[in-house]
Ligand binder design. Structure first.
Ligand SMILES: Nc1ncnc2c1ncn2[C@@H]1O[C@H](COP(=O)(O)OP(=O)(O)OP(=O)(O)O)[C@@H](O)[C@H]1O
Ligand SMILES: [Mg+2]
Length: 305
């Protein structure tokens, strides 16, 4: 049996599995620490350890759809999970993460926040009461950071709803003595900047698209070290990087899907490795890009409405 020296030691065992199992493994959800993701997580860690003071710093994590914003937030949540103390019966939640509700009404925002805190309240409560409950829960659960994902959803609202929502964000940023993190697309950044006070409070972290540089080489080399193919892939060449960048426009989700597709194909056709030629198969690439472009168009339509 080969020792699969081209794979990282922890992943060698996978390569000995059957085709179906390896295919399933390739398609499964996983976390890969890319250079930008690492920097974003380091920034979040830094903010989490920030001492409470009157004006807490806020962060906007922005980038195109599919660049990995939600993945980064989930990873950060896994690193800082809620815990329950049996002795005292108290739940501690250092990081609270919620999604923007589909409709950016004030009530829905607080409703979502209560859900995130594991305390969905009666929808009949007044906004004032909901706000008070959120405040006291965040305090009693020891929340040290609040994350709101998908804030571009605010753009789906009317102008008036958008103003109201920006007021809610301003309230949360000023009133809770915890850093507020918002994640969304560039459109969300532009919306946030229309409020001068928020523009001043938020530092921006941009998740840029992949380019033909060292970071992409590192990503491809990491993938080459974990994808359970039995022969070494040739992903370190300029040609391979071009073949990855061209059809994906440097968008993370497309790069991951493309790599998964060619890896599965390498198992299916028995080549057991990825080379620049693996990307030449036109049957593989166009559907992949079309699918993600369609998803982007849908999002744009939703925002334009
Ligand atoms: N660090 C990562 N490790 C593994 N897979 C990743 C990573 N980042 C992104 N992906 C892949 O890209 C997909 C899209 O990522 P994610 O949902 O985080 O994007 P997003 O920036 O939140 O997009 P949207 O703006 O549409 O919400 C993930 O489902 C995953 O398959
Ligand atoms: Mg997302």
């Amino acid at each position: 049996m080969s020792d699969y020296a081209h794979l990282l030691p922890a992943y060698r065992r996978q390569a000995a599995l059957g085709d179906a199992e390896r295919t399933a493994w390739i398609r499964a959800d996983r976390w890969l620490e890319t250079a930008q993701a690492w920097s974003a997580l380091a920034r979040l860690e830094d903010l989490l350890s920030y001492p409470a003071r009157d004006r807490m710093p806020c962060l906007l994590l922005y980038g195109d759809t599919g660049m990995g914003k939600t993945k980064i937030i989930r990873k950060f949540l896994r690193d800082h999970p809620a815990s329950f103390d049996r002795g005292t019966g108290v739940t501690t939640m250092p990081v609270v993460a919620m999604q923007m509700p589909a409709e950016s009404l004030e009530r829905d925002v607080y409703g979502e926040l209560l859900n995130a805190l594991g305390a969905p309240g009666p929808a009949t409560d007044s906004i004032y009461r909901q706000k008070e409950i959120c405040r006291s829960l965040l305090r009693s659960m020891g929340a040290r950071m609040l994350i709101i994902d998908e804030i571009h959803a605010l753009l789906a609202g009317t102008f008036r709803q958008q103003r109201i929502f920006l007021n809610v964000i301003r309230f949360l940023a000023n009133d809770l003595k915890v850093p507020l993190i918002c994640a969304g697309t560039d459109l969300a950044r532009q919306a946030l900047l229309t409020d001068p006070q928020l523009a001043e409070r938020f530092e921006a972290f941009h998740l840029g698209r992949w380019a033909n540089d060292l970071h992409l080489s590192q990503l491809l080399s990491s993938l080459g070290g974990i994808l359970p193919l039995r022969r070494p892939s040739e992903l370190g060449t300029a040609a391979a990087r071009r073949r990855v960048l061209d059809p994906t426009d440097g968008v993370t989700v497309r790069i991951f899907r493309l790599m998964e597709t060619v890896a599965v194909e390498a198992i299916r056709n028995g080549s057991e490795c990825i080379t620049a030629d693996s990307f030449a198969n036109d049957d593989l690439v166009p559907p992949l890009v079309t699918v993600t472009r369609q998803a982007e168009k849908q999002l744009q339509r939703r925002i334009a409405r």
